[in-house]
Design a binder for this molecule. Structure first.
Ligand code: ASP
Length: 413
C-alpha cells in the first residue's frame, strides 16, 4: 500500500474516531483517548521539530555547493538568482492575496491552537517590520552552535549558505567536507523517510483530537483553504509563469508545456522535485533547447532552492492558521511571513511533504504554534502534488530565461 493510501485511510479513521469521541464527552473513554492521542501526536510533531534544523542545514549546503566552476558564479548565477527571487516573490504575493480575498479560516476561534499559543511567547503581537530588522541582525548573525541548539532556523540558513559558498570557492581543497555534507544530507533524508512512515499514525492522532474537541466547521474551512491554495498555485503555473516565460524567454506557453509535460506529470505523480530532476533536465535540453551546461546548473540548484509552489503554500497556510486562531496579522507580520516562507522553501529539499517540515518555521516566525500544522497535515499530500508541479515548472522556466540571456551577452534584449 502506498504512503498516500495509508495517509488517506489514517485520516478517515482519525475523523471517525474523533466523531465517535464526541458522543462520549467527559467519560473515561474520552479522557483516556485524548491522553493517548496527545502523546502520539506529540511524538510525531516532536520528530518533525527534531529534523527541521538538520534538514534545512544539509539541504542548503548541498544546494549551494552544487554550483561548480567559476563561470557559474558570474552572470548565470546572478540571472538565476534574480529570476528565482522574482517568481517566488510573485507566488508569495499571490498566496497572500488569495488568502485575503477569500478570508481563509476567518470567523473561527480554534481553542486547541489558542492553548498551544499561550505556551509560546506572544511574539505575534509584538513584531513589526522595523523590529524585525533589528532582530534579524541581532539574532541572525550569531554563533552557529547556539543557532543549532536554539533551533534558530534563519541563522542556520545564513550559516549554511556561507558554508556552501566556501565549498564552491574552495573547490578541490574541500572534497572531503563536500562528500561528508552530501552523505549527511542523505542520512537526514533517511530519517525523514522514517518519519514519513510514522505520518499516518501521527495524522490519525492529530485529526481525531481535533475533531473530538473542535467545532466541525473547521473541516469545511480546511476544504475552502485547499481550494484557494490549489487555485492560486494553478494560476501561478498557468498564467504568471507562462507570461514571464513569454516576455523574458521569448517562448510560447504551448511550446513550453508540450516540451515539459513528461516532467510535469512526473512531478505530479511523485511530489518530488528531486526525483523529477533528471526528467526536467532532459526536457529542458532536448525539447526546450536549453544548453546542457545551463540546464545542468539551474535545474539541480532549483530543485533544492527554487520552489514557487512551496513558498505560496507556506505563506497562505500561515495566514490561514492565524485566521483560525482569530489573530489578525498586520502588514509587518505578513512581510515576515513572506520572507520566512521564502527561506523555508529554500530550506525544503525536493521530496514529498518537505514543505510540511519547514512550515513550522514560518508559523513560529510570527509566534504561531507549530502544533497548528495538525490541521494542515491531512491535506498536505494532496496539495503537495500541485505545488511540486509548479516548483518543477519554475526550474525549467528559469533555465530557459537564463539560457536566453547568457547566449547573447552583448544584446540582452
Ligand atoms: N514536494 C515538494 C517538492 O519536491 C516540496 C514540498 O513539500 O513543498 O518540490
Amino acid at each position: 500500500m502506498s504512503l498516500n493510501t495509508k495517509i488517506f485511510i489514517a485520516a478517515m479513521i482519525g475523523i471517525a474516531y474523533g466523531l465517535l469521541l464526541r458522543f462520549y464527552p467527559d467519560t473515561a473513554f474520552f479522557n483516556g483517548s485524548l491522553y493517548v492521542l496527545g502523546i502520539v501526536s506529540g511524538i510525531f510533531i516532536g520528530f518533525l521539530k527534531m529534523l527541521l534544523v538538520p534538514l534545512v542545514f544539509s539541504s542548503i549546503v548541498i544546494g549551494v555547493a552544487s554550483l561548480e566552476s567559476g563561470h557559474q558564479l558570474g552572470r548565470v548565477w546572478k540571472i538565476t538568482l534574480l529570476c528565482s527571487l522574482t517568481t517566488m516573490s510573485l507566488s508569495l504575493f499571490l498566496g497572500l492575496l488569495g488568502a485575503h480575498l477569500f478570508e481563509v479560516g476567518k470567523g473561527l476561534n480554534v481553542a486547541l491552537f489558542q492553548t498551544a499559543m499561550q505556551q509560546h511567547p506572544p511574539t505575534a503581537q509584538n513584531l513589526d517590520a522595523s523590529s524585525f530588522l533589528v532582530n534579524f541582525v541581532q539574532n541572525t548573525l550569531i554563533n552557529p552552535f547556539k543557532a543549532f541548539s536554539d533551533g534558530n532556523v534563519l541563522s542556520v540558513v545564513i550559516f549554511s549558505m556561507l558554508i556552501g559558498l566556501a565549498l564552491v570557492y574552495g573547490g578541490e581543497r574541500f572534497t572531503g567536507i563536500r562528500r561528508l555534507s552530501q552523505e549527511f544530507f542523505e542520512l537526514v533524508m533517511m530519517l525523514v523517510g522514517w518519519l514519513m512512515k510514522l505520518a499516518p499514525i501521527g495524522i490519525l492522532a492529530l485529526l481525531a483530537k481535533l475533531i473530538a474537541k473542535e467545532d466541525l466547521s473547521v473541516l469545511s474551512r480546511l476544504a475552502e483553504f485547499a481550494a484557494v491554495v490549489t487555485g492560486t498555485t494553478l494560476f501561478h503555473g498557468i498564467v504568471v509563469l507562462p507570461l514571464l516565460l513569454w516576455i523574458f524567454g521569448k517562448m510560447s506557453p504551448w511550446t513550453f508545456f508540450k516540451g515539459t509535460r513528461l516532467a510535469l506529470l512526473t512531478a505530479f505523480a511523485t511530489s518530488s522535485s528531486s526525483a523529477t530532476m533528471p526528467l526536467s533536465m532532459k526536457c529542458a535540453q532536448e525539447n526546450l533547447g536549453v544548453r546542457p551546461q545551463i540546464a545542468g546548473f539551474v535545474i539541480p540548484l532549483g530543485s533544492h532552492l527554487n520552489m514557487d509552489g512551496t513558498a505560496l503554500y507556506e505563506a497562505a497556510a500561515a495566514l490561514f492558521v492565524a485566521n483560525l486562531i482569530g489573530l489578525d496579522l498586520h502588514l509587518g507580520q505578513q512581510i515576515i511571513v513572506c520572507l520566512t516562507a521564502m527561506i523555508a522553501s529554500l530550506g525544503a529539499p525536493g521530496i514529498p511533504s518537505a514543505g510540511m517540515v519547514t512550515m513550522i518555521m514560518v508559523l513560529q516566525s510570527v509566534g504561531l504554534p507549530a502544533e497548528a500544522i495538525a490541521i494542515l497535515l491531512p491535506i498536505d499530500r494532496i496539495l503537495d502534488t500541485v505545488r511540486t508541479v509548479v516548483n518543477v515548472q519554475g526550474d525549467m522556466m528559469v533555465s530557459v530565461v537564463v539560457d536566453r540571456y547568457t547566449r547573447i551577452p552583448q544584446d540582452p534584449s
